[in-house]
Design a protein around this ligand. Structure first.
Ligand code: KIV
Ligand code: ZN
Length: 388
């Protein structure tokens, strides 16, 4: 039976690009958008057109080149923002306007000096106005993570009544626990009138390191779209990481949830975004970090050489990484040394390995990581062929 599709909404070029000091120029954005389209994302959030002429131009140009994905533009619940977004999207094959307003008491009081009733009216008018330009309108309830569920359900109902096709439930401040965020989505699925007319979307921030877990809880509880960025980049601690949610759904098939992503492009995508923005990927980053498939302790290396499933839950090739790496350090054992030596042409007998391993340990204590040249040197200096 076919799995339930989860839409992947990539916001690398909008929320992701809000990383301080990491602005992309239009041609870099176009390259990334083209690759995201090939990667198989369902929606590309291309920018916030009213924010600057540069952003307007990027959304306009991205709209022209994207073949398959929906192209989305962000607005506030402000008529001029919506009009400008519609102009920027005019060439998109599948345009979407993403409009919304803060719904938590904190946003209503401190940002808008307004009331809950007034915010309901603004939400309705914004969606209605956006609908006069495009069929596909997504509504975001900013700070939904800290908005009480009963009021949030009313906001969603108003947005559906005005014609919203997607309801974005952002945990804007990354505050929710996975159980809370999952319960919020469940509550909305069960209590919003006419919920079947729209889908719920998870948009989680990573302030407490929970963005990925929250998004997964969201889709387990009925949401059908995840908003995310490559490498999890974004303001403050970032957004949900695309590669993480995609691989979680792939590696847990019993969840019966699937995405359209070509996972073999994930590593290349990560490198492209990292290089374009000048933001390096932390080595221990799940899926795409340089250590994600590197094994350095003797016990793990021994297991890996016997069978990769002992310490790897993902085939590195599935995410575009050539192979796992056995890193030689002072904590490596004989098996790893013999394996690496064999890879560069030395078939060592047990006795030869004993000699080379003793010399290797002396060398490895002085150096963090032993490379192929070092192995050559250690073996040649061990003079094992003459000795044995
Ligand atoms: O985090 C957030 O609430 C947002 C909205 C503007 C969608 O990015
Ligand atoms: Zn956000």
């Amino acid at each position: 039976m076919a799995k339930t599709p989860i839409q992947i909404f990539d916001t690398t070029l909008r929320d992701g690009e809000q990383v301080p000091g990491c602005k992309l120029n239009t041609s870099q954005k176009l390259i990334i958008a083209k690759q995201l389209d090939l990667l198989g994302v369902d929606v590309i959030e291309a920018g916030f057109p009213v924010s600057s002429p540069g952003d307007f131009e990027s959304v306009m140009k991205i709209s022209k080149i994207v073949e398959n994905a929906t192209v989305c533009a962000l607005t506030r619940a402000v008529e001029n923002d919506i009009k400008v977004a519609a102009e920027a999207l005019v060439n998109a094959k599948k345009p979407r306007i993403h409009t919304g307003i803060g719904t938590s008491d904190s946003h209503i009081k401190f940002k808008f000096n307004s009331t809950r009733e007034e915010v309901l009216k603004r939400a309705f008018s914004a969606v209605k106005y956006a609908k006069s330009f495009v069929e596909d309108v997504e509504f975001y309830a900013e700070d939904a993570g800290r908005t009480d569920n009963e009021y949030l359900a009313r906001v969603c109902e108003v947005a559906i009544k005005a014609g919203a096709t997607v309801l974005n439930i952002p945990d804007t401040t990354g505050y929710c626990l996975p159980s809370e965020y999952g319960a919020k989505i469940k509550y909305l699925m069960e209590n919003v009138k006419d919920i079947e007319k729209a889908i719920l979307s998870c948009h989680c921030h990573n302030d407490l390191g929970l963005a990925t877990a929250n998004s997964i809880e969201g889709v387990i509880n009925g949401a059908r779209q995840i908003e995310c960025t490559i490498n999890g980049i974004g303001e403050r601690a970032g957004n949900t990481s695309l590669e993480e949610v995609v691989m979680i759904l792939k590696q847990h098939p019993y969840l019966d949830l699937d995405t359209n992503i070509n996972t073999q492009m994930l590593y290349g995508m990560s490198q492209l975004v990292s290089d374009s923005m000048g933001v390096y990927v932390q080595p221990n980053k799940a899926i795409v970090g340089s250590n994600a498939f590197a094994h350095s302790s003797g016990i793990h290396q021994d297991g890996m050489i016997k069978n990769k499933s002992t310490y790897e839950i993902i085939d590195p090739k599935d995410v575009g990484v050539t192979d796992s790496a056995i890193i030689l350090t002072a904590r490596s054992g004989r098996a790893a040394l013999a394996y690496r030596a064999k890879n560069i042409g030395y078939e060592l007998t047990k006795l030869q390995l004993d000699v080379v391993y003793a010399n290797f340990l002396v060398f490895a204590d002085l150096k963090k990581e032993i490379n192929d040249d070092d192995i050559h040197q250690i073996i040649e200096k061990s003079s094992i062929y003459e000795q044995l």
